[in-house]
Write a protein that binds this ligand. Structure first.
Ligand SMILES: Cc1ncc(COP(=O)(O)O)c(C=O)c1O
Length: 397
């Protein structure tokens, strides 16, 4: 038996793998300070839960329209209008089983062999893998930490070829927490329009923004960008609803129609009950989000300040999302038990075994000098985890 060659091009999600290791350790009764999870620790909003319960009791448990129920599409359309002043029709919206599924549909709808897709690095782990599954080639655009992970427009321009089909933006960014300002987005838009590129704008962390930072969608920076942008979003992060699996895209109708066709022959509709829950969340939104972001902000400051007190670690203050992304160059090469810790992967293993602190090494994000810590856990857990980390680091040669 031989497997399809695409299976040899991709690697399983390292974040999910590590989360599984942590869950197994916890199940064995071990104590772990878990900084791996890409999800808020908050409960889903009551409005979502109630809407789902009502849906179950009313027997709303059958297939729905493939691309989502009108009620949910209308709530999504209203969200785009209210938040960004963007106008979409129902045929320009597809609801899928999480934003990851949305992005997968999009990759299959847009990319094929020979296409190049530009991804700013560091990047969310699934972007290159999904592009590879679609037989296309990811092209990485380095964004240096010294420049706050900003996109340099001349570097971007230098990467665009006749084969370039799209660029993927993620602002706020997982894993760096950085955001693109309007000026940068205008520059990217000019290049996208000149070269007829699609911009995939993953705005899943749009509401998790701190201090005086402002989220801006590239679809809003030029009137023609609406026809060149597919916005990807969902309820997982904004409403702490990762398990419900509702993501969505809005954009040019031909692309959304192709995505709908792919979905109609693969998963069909996202779960009927979860769709109703998403309507509840979107309609009851702002108070829930405000409370969560305020809490996350406290945790953000605690973890970043904690890292910056540890010799060998250096952590910029993230503008958005819920990840701290310390540079650990100062620790690489240190030794424990006679063995050198040469890579973030070695360090992450050392932290897990010696400090019971679980984090994600930077390599799969295209960041060989960093670790990613999610700061969605409770503040006392963050503080205790930091303490254990500092103690373990003090034992390094
Ligand atoms: C940047 C980014 N996009 C998309 C997703 C997918 O979210 P979901 O499939 O839960 O909607 C994630 C989840 O970690 C993410 O970090």
């Amino acid at each position: 038996m031989s497997l399809a060659s695409r299976t040899t091009r991709i690697t399983p999600s390292p974040t999910l793998q590590l989360s599984a290791t942590v869950k197994a350790m916890l199940a064995q009764g071990q104590r772990v300070f878990d900084f791996t999870a890409g999800e808020p620790s908050f409960d889903s909003p009551d409005a979502a839960k109630q809407a789902a319960i009502t849906a179950i009791q009313a027997g709303f448990t059958k297939y729905t329209a493939v691309t989502g129920i009108d009620e949910l599409k209308d709530a999504i359309i209203e969200k785009f209008q209210a938040d960004q002043g963007l106008t979409y029709s129902r045929s320009q919206v597809v609801v899928s089983c999480g934003a990851k599924h949305t992005l997968f549909n999009l990759a299959l709808a847009l990319f094929e062999f020979g296409d190049e897709v530009i991804i700013p690095a560091p990047y969310w782990v699934s972007y290159p893998e999904q592009i590879l599954i679609a037989d296309a080639t990811p092209v990485f655009l380095p964004t240096p930490e010294a420049k706050n992970f900003a996109i340099d427009l001349s570097t971007l321009k230098g990467l665009i070829t006749e084969r370039t089909k799209a660029i993927i933006l993620n602002s706020p960014c997982n894993p760096t927490g950085s955001m693109y300002d309007r000026g940068t987005l205008e520059g990217i838009a000019t290049l996208a329009l000149q070269h007829n590129l699609v911009v995939i704008s993953d705005e899943i962390y749009e509401k998790m923004v701190y201090d005086d930072h402002q989220h801006c969608s590239i679809a809003t920076v030029h009137p023609d960008m609406l026809q060149h942008t597919v916005i990807v979003n969902g309820v997982s992060k904004t409403y702490s609803m990762t398990g419900w699996r509702i993501g969505y895209a809005a954009g040019p109708e031909p692309i959304l129609k192709a995505m709908a066709n792919i979905q109609s022959q693969s998963t069909s509709n996202p779960t009927s009950i979860a769709q109703k829950a998403a309507v509840g969340a979107l309609q009851g939104g702002p108070p829930f989000i405000e409370h969560m972001v305020k809490e996350l902000d406290v945790r953000r400051r605690a973890i970043v300040e904690g890292f910056n007190r540890i010799p060998g670690m250096h952590c910029p203050m993230p503008a958005g999302a819920f990840y701290a992304f310390p540079n650990v160059t100062g620790l690489l090469g240190r030794r424990f038990g006679g063995k050198a810790l040469s890579t973030p992967f070695d360090l992450a293993n050392f932290f897990l075994n010696e400090a019971q602190v679980a984090c994600i090494p930077g390599e799969p994000f295209g960041a060989p000098s960093h670790l990613r810590f999610s700061y969605t856990g409770a503040l006392p857990v963050i503080e205790e985890g930091l303490h254990h980390l500092a103690q373990a680091i003090a034992r390094l040669d």
